[in-house]
Design a protein around this ligand. Structure first.
Ligand code: DC
Length: 257
């Protein structure tokens, strides 16, 4: 009910809004964050990784000793915590800084404890409603490239461009295994274990994974990240031209960070 109300309100607001929005969705390991961050940089706009909202809330719940299966307590927390994503404030390789009630919690987003609990937290419907409201507020205030699982379908159903990124499991496993070998050398898990891990993760995320009917399906098995970025910028240019808008910030390439 509440979700419906939020959505209706959001659609009415659309006509007043001047900030174009790009939605990039897809399963784990298809390169959403690399691509999303680069597209945002090219457009001089804000990159919003929505997984960071669920991770930030999970970290906060763990710190406050809240049981991550207590959906009501989590929802209350989500309604009261002010979660914001801003451009990186520290040059430590991060793609963005996450503030919770003004405090920088970016370093906590990928701890093993958060990693283990975040999918349970993100499965609670009331948590999703509260965090999606915060995501939409960010998209109302800024031009965003928003990346996640349900951006084109639920969070920003009126996005100016919706991309659904896809990579075969084999290619995702090859890329991930390559990263692990580069990091860990001989201590890296074998290819088969990496492959099975990705297949398991796909199955867990299945509930949220629905491409929007008007999303452009972009298979990137045979594309370098930069080629995928170029495709997305071309689609955006075409979309905006068709609706009589221009891509104002496209000439501000290589935005200083
Ligand atoms: O993309 P990620 O690994 O940072 O996502 C963290 C968790 O949040 C993962 O369990 C999927 C979930 N998630 C979601 O349900 N909806 C989104 N829009 C983004 C992430």
């Amino acid at each position: 009910m509440r979700e419906h109300h939020l959505r209706e309100h959001h659609l009415r607001e659309h006509h007043l809004r001047e900030h174009p929005r790009i939605a990039i969705d897809g399963p784990a390991g298809v390169g959403k964050s690399t691509i999303g961050e680069r597209v945002a940089r090219r457009l001089a706009c804000l990159y919003v990784d929505t997984g960071a909202f669920y991770r930030a809330l999970t970290g906060l719940a763990l710190r406050q000793g809240i049981n991550v299966d207590d959906a009501a307590a989590l929802a209350t927390l989500a309604e009261h915590a002010d979660i914001r994503i801003i451009p990186p404030t520290v040059s430590d390789g991060r793609q963005y800084t996450v503030l919770v009630d003004g405090a920088d919690i970016t370093a906590d987003l990928r701890t093993p404890a958060v990693e283990a609990a975040v999918s349970r937290v993100s499965a609670a419907p009331a948590v999703r409603v509260a965090l999606i409201a915060q995501m939409r507020r960010m998209a109302d205030d800024h031009t965003v490239v928003m990346v996640g699982r349900d951006i084109g379908t639920v969070v920003l159903p009126d996005a100016d461009l919706k991309i659904y990124l896809m990579t075969s499991i084999e290619e995702r496993a090859r890329r991930r295994h390559g990263d692990l070998v580069a990091q860990l050398g001989a201590a890296s898990p074998p290819f088969e274990a990496v492959h099975d891990d990705i297949a398991r993760r796909d199955a867990t995320d299945q509930a949220q994974m629905r491409p929007a009917p008007d999303a452009i399906m972009l298979h990137n098995d045979h594309l370098e990240p930069e080629q995928t970025v170029e495709h997305i910028l071309r689609y955006l240019r075409e979309r905006l031209e068709r609706s009589g808008k221009v891509l104002a910030s496209e000439d501000q390439r290589e935005v200083p960070r």
